[in-house]
Design a protein around this ligand. Structure first.
Ligand SMILES: Cc1ncc(COP(=O)(O)O)c(C=O)c1O
Length: 388
């Protein structure tokens, strides 16, 4: 099988929704991957923040394969011990009370929107405030929640009832919170928007404002969650207590799984029949997620993410071609002084380093288990591409 054959098949049979780079990956171990021609890469992407434990972690593989051989799927009419155990472990790690399981970040956010609407239903409050420059998914409702005009324009009309505010503008949000609003939704670090961390005072003020106005605080942890920022969930680093948290990406370490977590008082808001998903809570994904949650929620593991992230950012800041670096933990955005981020991404792949972009920034979301040696080798390639 040649790379060209794969590329031709892709172009012939797959809708061209992704601007792909010329590499077809067939094998991976932690933060290293190999393409179909045997070329080796250092991976600073983790599949866009999904492979929390890197590629094919042995313990994760054993749990997933073992569960696939025991029972791979069952219908949600019946109890699944892998899934119930995962729900308890997630509750312990997050401080949230209960979970609804689904298969992606967008679905988790759809569920959060339904919960918010149900919460406001009796008093006619159905609107949700989100932030300009946010990203919440690709379904019509989560596109509407996404505060970026560019994502909306080809698919109008979207689900109605979303209002947009500026990050940091607490008074602007207060002015929007009339009786028609049931929730405010935001990311702690805007990922797709360009790796922009929210200000701590703003987040604390917003949590207080939501409490005062009886408006739910929904935190989208799809990209920031599962240890990515050095806390199990990023809101834990901000010291706030949300009503609803959405999570996906890293949750099952590379299998499709999302969840919408709710606080104690919302534990019974959705009644039987109000929400469902054929694959939601799948036992194979649950078995993988249990390994991820157990390993990542260990305080020593989270500490290592914070330390590796700090060191990673410091080394980037020392590069003369870098204008600034921002992010938290191993969620890192880099603005380059001159070079175009996408062009750098293409050149890095040629040189054996896989990276991402977010708007005009280069973005790094390496596996949380990456070694210091792989960070250093990857950064050496990055520096070479920028011009030593
Ligand atoms: C913050 C955030 N929310 C939601 C999503 C959508 O997740 P998914 O692609 O799993 O539907 C993403 C994806 O990048 C995201 O970064």
């Amino acid at each position: 099988m040649t790379f060209q054959h794969i590329k031709d098949q892709d172009q012939a049979y797959i809708l061209p929704t992704y601007g792909r780079v010329d590499a077809a990956l067939v094998k991976g171990r932690n933060a290293r991957a190999w393409d179909v021609d045997g070329k080796e890469y250092i991976d600073f992407t983790a599949g866009i923040g999904v492979n929390a434990l890197g590629y094919s972690d042995p313990e994760w593989v054993q749990a997933v394969a073992g569960q696939a051989g025991a029972i791979q799927h069952l219908c949600n009419y019946y109890y699944s011990p892998e899934n119930t155990a995962l729900a308890q472990e997630l509750s312990q790690a997050s401080g949230m009370a209960k979970a609804f399981f689904c298969n992606s970040g967008a679905e988790a956010n759809e569920c959060a929107v339904k919960i918010a609407r149900k919460y406001g239903e009796k008093r006619g409050a159905y609107k949700i405030v989100t932030l300009n420059n946010s990203f919440h998914g690709r379904t019509l409702t989560t596109l509407a929640a996404t505060g970026q005009e560019g994502f909306h324009k080809d698919f109008l009309p979207l689900t109605e009832g979303f209002l947009y505010a500026e990050a940091g503008d607490l008074e602007g949000i207060r002015a929007l919170l009339d009786g028609s609003v049931c929730a405010v939704m935001l990311e702690m670090v805007q990922g797709e928007g360009g790796v922009i961390p929210m200000d701590e005072e703003f987040v604390k003020g917003l949590a207080q404002l939501c409490g005062e106005k009886d408006v739910l605080l929904l935190i989208d942890e799809v990209q920031t969650g599962i240890g990515r920022t050095g806390s199990f969930y990023a809101y834990q680093g901000y010291g706030v207590k949300p009503d609803v948290v959405t999570t996906a990406k890293g949750l099952a370490g590379g299998l499709p799984m999302g969840a919408c977590l709710v606080s104690e008082r919302l534990g019974d808001i959705l009644k039987p029949g109000m929400q469902g998903s054929t694959f939601g809570g799948n036992p194979v994904a649950s078995a993988g997620a249990r390994v991820v949650v157990r390993r990542v929620s260990d305080p020593a593991f989270l500490q290592s993410v914070a330390e590796k992230g700090a060191c990673f950012r410091k080394k980037l800041e020392a590069m003369p071609q870098v204008e600034y670096v921002r992010g938290r933990g191993l969620m890192i955005g880099v603005k380059l002084k001159e070079k175009d981020a996408h062009e750098v991404l293409v050149q890095c792949a040629k040189q054996g380093l896989l990276i991402l972009t977010a708007k005009e920034l280069v973005r790094f979301l390496p596996p949380l288990t990456i070694t210091q040696e792989d960070i250093d080798q990857g950064l050496a390639i990055f520096q070479r591409v920028l011009g030593a």
